[in-house]
Design a protein around this ligand. Structure first.
Ligand code: AMP
Ligand code: MG
Length: 495
């Protein structure tokens, strides 16, 4: 019988490349609940990421239209042990108990190279953590996550990835009835700052430090194994997570990306971008740009992402305090020692990354003025962030057609070129090309691709994906995707 089933559904088998480990199950049971995905009536494949499947060691030829049964959770691959993960988090500054309300972790796929990736369904039905939610996801937001994660990945920004979107055949009620879907998400792990807040809360209630300790050691082993043998691994852990977040946030800033909902449950300790919800790319430059319809005060606006990263890391550090020392004063002093470096490290990273966007290989503090001056021009003259930086490639060589009307730019250009005389011209040219993408996933293009996909036409979605996967190319085919829409834009939380 089993053999017959496998023959019929080869995409579930080890031959298809599935190679699960389920190490999260070795943690205390407080960290998860066993749960089965909901069965959906008429599953259908929408989009499958063959390149990512190959990276995961999956054999693409096994995944046909029939594997919609797998990618909606109706059938599970061999070795999967589905769970919903427990976590908490500060949402817009307010602490809440959360957990996977509509996500189910199948396990960790071990690739042929021995790398470990979480495979998770999003939208696969109710879990013990669903609270008042329906456990479902709508097709539009899942396609949005697929596009945005592909775009960030192509830009070299650490991110969770999207393996597949499959339609469930079921309607989902939001403001209106929408087509339902399941996204299969791939991540270095789904351990969040909020997972630590949850463990710290358990400690506060029970006095049992074991779960917190387990989670920390597990996370270190999984993401920062080199620090395990060090003298103070927990402080180093905080430092590593802080460095990873700084690097991530500065990368976001460098391409005008606004995450939109940097709650502590949406900050992965691996340093990957996670939970895209209302994210979007800025077009016209303004530091306080904010797209999310629920972010009334602009808490997660473009330029606030750095300070919010620090705020979140403070919550992370607080959760780790009992591991530093059981003497609260001592523990706090240790945490502060790590955290007080945040601003300095952030500014250093910012200078390095934005310096390179101006063609300066190793920017020094005195170069910060140039960066600020250029951004001030963009703000005052309301330039498109992506296109303005991209135009520097031309402006380095000759009169800039992009900035032709700007006397301020001409003034800047003189100073900038003088500074670049101290650099190697071929390095400058390379940096201006490689650090300033021509293409990002522009908001209205993303909307258009989703709207068409919802009507059953996937061709525009595929075109958009082709284009955002080659962000440094500039040609007539992607011309339409490089044009700013020039109208105000709003995003809605991706539920
Ligand atoms: P997110 O906004 O995706 O980061 O989700 C925040 C929290 O709400 C997480 O605990 C989610 O699992 C939960 N959640 C979001 N949407 C739903 C839904 N439709 N049903 C149940 N839980 C949900
Ligand atoms: Mg979340």
């Amino acid at each position: 019988m089993a053999l017959a089933l496998e023959k019929k559904r080869p995409y579930l088998s080890r031959e298809a490349g599935w190679n699960f480990d389920n190490s999260y199950l070795n943690l205390s049971e407080v960290f998860y609940r066993h749960v089965r995905p909901t069965i959906y009536p008429v599953p259908q494949m929408v989009i499958f990421n063959s390149a990512l499947a190959e990276e995961l060691g999956l054999r693409v030829e096994f995944f046909t239209s029939e594997s919609a049964e797998l990618f909606t959770g109706n059938e599970l691959p061999e070795g999967a042990q589905p769970i919903a993960q427990a976590y908490a988090g500060h949402q817009f500054g307010v602490f809440t108990m959360l957990g996977d309300g509509r996500a189910i972790l199948l396990g960790e796929q071990i690739t042929p190279e021995g790398r470990r990736f979480d495979i998770q369904f999003k939208g696969s039905g109710l879990t013990p953590f669903s609270r008042r939610g329906d456990g479902r996801a709508a097709l539009g937001p899942m396609l949005r996550e697929y596009i945005m994660s592909e775009c960030l990945h192509a830009l070299g920004i650490p991110t969770t990835r999207s393996l597949c979107v499959a339609a469930t055949g079921e309607g989902v009620w939001r403001e209106r009835l929408l087509p339902g879907a399941v996204l299969t998400r791939v991540a270095a792990s789904h351990i969040r700052v909020g997972t630590f807040e949850y463990a710290a809360l358990l400690f506060a209630h029970t006095g049992d430090i074991k779960p917190l300790e387990e989670l920390a050691l597990y996370s270190i082993r999984r993401h920062y194994p080199e620090i395990l043998e060090e003298e103070s691994p927990y402080e180093l852990f905080l430092k590593r997570v802080m460095e990873a977040q700084i690097s991530l946030i500065v990368k976001w800033l460098s391409v005008g990306f606004i995450h939109g909902v940097m709650n502590t449950d949406n900050m992965a300790i691996s340093g990957e971008t996670i939970d895209f919800g209302p994210c979007a790319f800025m077009e016209e430059y303004h530091p306080l740009t904010c797209f999310s319809s629920i972010d009334y005060e602009g808490r997660y606006a473009y330029s606030r992402q750095g300070p919010i990263g620090f705020w979140n890391l403070c919550r992370f550090a607080e959760s780790l305090l009992p591991l530093f020392s059981l003497d609260p004063q001592k523990a706090q002093a240790q945490a502060s020692k790590v955290l007080e470096d945040y601003d300095r490290l952030f500014e250093k990273e910012y200078l390095q990354v934005f310096g390179q966007k101006l063609g300066i290989e190793k920017a020094q503090e005195e170069d910060l003025g140039l960066i600020k001056e250029f951004l001030a021009i963009l703000e005052e003259e309301k330039h498109d962030f992506t296109n303005a930086f991209r135009a520097l490639g031309e402006a380095y060589q000759k009169e800039s057609s992009f900035f032709s009307a700007s006397s301020r730019f001409k003034h800047f250009q003189k100073k900038w070129k003088k500074r670049l005389k101290r650099e190697n011209p071929s390095v400058v040219e390379r940096l201006l090309q490689e650090k300033n993408p021509a293409v990002i996933a522009r908001n209205l293009k993303v909307e258009e691709a989703i709207a068409k996909a919802e009507q059953g036409d996937l061709s525009y979605l595929h075109r958009l994906l082709d284009v955002v996967r080659k962000p440094y190319e500039e040609n007539s085919e992607n011309e339409e995707f490089r044009r700013p829409a020039g109208i105000p834009y709003r995003t809605f939380c991706g539920t």
